[in-house]
Design a protein around this ligand. Sequence first.
Ligand code: ATP
Length: 428
Amino acid sequence: MVLPRIICAISGGVDSAVAALLLKRKGYHVLGIFMRNWDVRDEIGHCTVDEDVKYAKRVCSVLNIPFREVNLVKEYWSNVFMPTIEEYENGNTPNPDVLCNRHIKFDSLHKKCHRLFGDDNFIVATGHYAQTTFGERVLKENMQLEFEQQLLMSVDKNKDQTFFLHEVALKALLHTYFPVGHLHKTEVKEIAASSEVDFTLERKESMGICFIGKRNFSDFIQDYVPPKKGSFVCYETGRIMGEHSGYYKYTIGQRTGIGGLSDAYAVLHRDVVSGNVYVVHGMDHPALYCQSFITNPARWISGVPDSIKNGESFKCKFRFLHREPLVECEVIPFQDDGRLLVILQEPQRAITVGQNAVFYSGDQCLGGGRIDDLGPSTLECQERGQLNFTTFRKNPDRWRRLVNNYGEKLCPFPKSGLVYNSQATNKC
Ligand SMILES: Nc1ncnc2c1ncn2[C@@H]1O[C@H](COP(=O)(O)OP(=O)(O)OP(=O)(O)O)[C@@H](O)[C@H]1O
């Protein structure tokens, strides 16, 4: 049996440096690979990639492992950056890190490795905080064995990155190892501090979108998405509250500064056609809460769950933002193409079309889908006699039918202690 080659994806940060260090300490022969995904400079001619690559080279040099750089700029541009920009243009909120894992780190990089070595007998190790049920066995044994094939959360629940990995194909995960997934970030830092890769601790933790350098996101995106000016419009009264300089600067649920007004207004919807941003009065307004949504065809890491195959619903937990707590939900097969209707145990604030809905059973990340349409808001449910579904919904008729079919589950009666009691129903 020929053991696989081990490639460690080295970013220049502490997590992948410690991943490579641990592999070395275990006696594996490791090759360090740096991916150049972005080469556009900011207005001061700065490109963070240049600094990253220096650190990545230094990690490989102190660990005495060969270093290689691969260029994935084109792949990143067409599979991550452009789809992200298109989503913004359509008024949605995409997640470039999910796309980057699926298309770049766990696809293009694997294809590069295949080309470099001429076969698939390799494992790519990364510094992600996640685990699998096969983990190190794929290094020690061989990949044909019958493993239970699951993606699991990291032991460090604050750092867990399974949310960003839920679209990665199982085939790629079977060529992957996460050497720091069983550690807490504090332990990773301690290991780094007492080793030859201690200099990686100087580096700032990467936050979300990695390519924008020192600029803030709304300045950056202006270079790519034409700013569409419009008005702030009160959702409940239709009153024009003020003007804004570009709708993509606002995310759903965000507090807006409307010129001259001291009260808090939260963004409810961005209308790409008119450029208008609809707001509600108060940050906890019941129009911001929603208990159901439909996803695009879901991707399941270890195959489609049996209940979905049998057309039955199942209960699990759901997360729609990386750090949000998990929420109990019921997943209902909605259409044969894999679309799901998801009903949450409690209404959640600011669920947004374009975001990813990721499903968990215990520590296992099952997979997920992109949120495609939102069900009735808590405000609409309060006013159930006059649910009109005209606003911001792709298919109001569908929701009317679903409310008829699922009644209480989609539009429960107000309960005490929840947002229903919010006093923020003042109209603007
Ligand atoms: N440009 C890159 N080249 C090679 N590998 C990369 C690159 N960027 C990220 N990775 C790999 O993906 C992993 C996760 O990256 P991410 O940016 O999400 O996390 P991170 O916690 O900041 O990791 P690190 O501390 O290693 O930078 C990294 O640990 C590394 O293995």
